[in-house]
Design a protein around this ligand. Structure first.
Ligand SMILES: [Zn+2]
Ligand SMILES: [Zn+2]
Length: 300
């Protein structure tokens, strides 16, 4: 019986980075394997302007691919002008008007990209205080720099929430080590515009936080982390089926038993099976309902 869903092809991987370098050489084969594994649709998620452009390009090249466009909080750093070293916070303060202006310019470019009929969401956007050691995203240890970077992240988030409202598209939200702050930012808009919706992706927060997110009307998705983290699995089981979405976040967050290798959309089946098992329900029923959820939220 496991072949039935594969034949129908009903899984929706709502969060892939097929636009990343990791898939540059073989994205076509990767998509082929996903379709063969029963994946119907994949959303390619942008993280900066260039990768958002690439997401739209892929969406226009393959009928199973849709795009999301936006600027990820990691990329707040890029707006700090090259003239200002991270050690000279005073210079950064002087440059702030210029920085805010270039953020607004880029949001206008995202708005242009969002006009493509392949674009189904704005994202990924959000806040992230995780210390990415030895990577280009590493936050400076200087307190003022950290504060400015976080302020720029908030600016990017706010501008893109406004954009989502303006173009009437849902948000794909990234929230890491920032407590309730992403929800707090959105709540300001949610009350003004009850149609604003979205998904908290790669969720890793507490049961208490997921409850708040659900109460605010949002969807939640979990990656391969449900297959190897008992804590995440327990939070996932709290999410009503009508609010759950499937995602891989490939090439990252590879589920068991492929950990350590590049993740790809075909592995979304392992994530769906893990959800179905912990909920004590049929795999096919879980796939059917999460597909309906994705179609509802993203208008697929
Ligand atoms: Zn993310
Ligand atoms: Zn992502």
């Amino acid at each position: 019986l496991p072949g039935i869903v594969s034949l129908l092809g009903m899984m929706v991987d709502t969060h892939t980075h097929l636009n990343f370098k990791a898939f540059e050489d073989d994205w076509g084969e990767v998509v082929g394997r996903a379709l063969a594994a029963g994946v119907e649709t994949m959303i390619v998620v942008g993280t900066n302007l260039e990768l958002s452009r690439r997401a739209v390009e892929l969406g226009e090249q393959h009928p199973a691919l849709f795009a999301s466009v936006g600027i990820h909080p990691h990329h707040a750093r890029q707006y700090i002008t090259s003239g200002a070293s991270l050690d000279t916070s005073a210079t950064l303060e002087n440059d702030k008007d210029e920085i805010l202006k270039s953020i607004q310019d880029d949001i206008e470019r995202v708005r242009e990209l969002a006009k493509s009929e392949r674009v189904v969401a704005i994202g990924e956007v959000g806040l992230d205080k995780h210390e990415y050691k030895n990577s280009k995203y590493q936050m400076s240890n200087v307190k003022n720099d950290f504060e400015l970077l976080f302020e720029l992240q908030k600016q990017l988030l706010t501008e893109q929430i406004e954009l989502a409202v303006a173009v009437d598209k849902p948000l794909i939200l990234h929230s890491r080590e920032v407590g309730d702050e992403v929800l707090n930012e959105i709540s300001k808009f949610k009350f003004q515009n009850s149609k604003l919706n979205g998904v908290f992706h790669c969720f890793e927060g507490s049961k208490k936080y997921v409850r708040k997110i659900l109460d605010a009307g949002f969807y939640v998705s979990f990656t391969g982390n449900v297959t190897y983290s008992q804590g995440v699995g327990e939070v996932a089981a709290e999410v009503p089926l009508e609010r759950l979405l499937l995602e891989t976040d490939c090439p990252y967050m590879t589920p068991t038993p492929h950990r350590g290798k590049r993740n790809e959309p075909a592995h979304v089946e392992l994530i769906a099976r893990s959800h179905a098992k912990s909920r004590g329900m049929e795999f096919n029923d879980l796939v059917w309902q999460t597909r309906a959820n994705a179609r509802e939220l993203f208008g697929l």
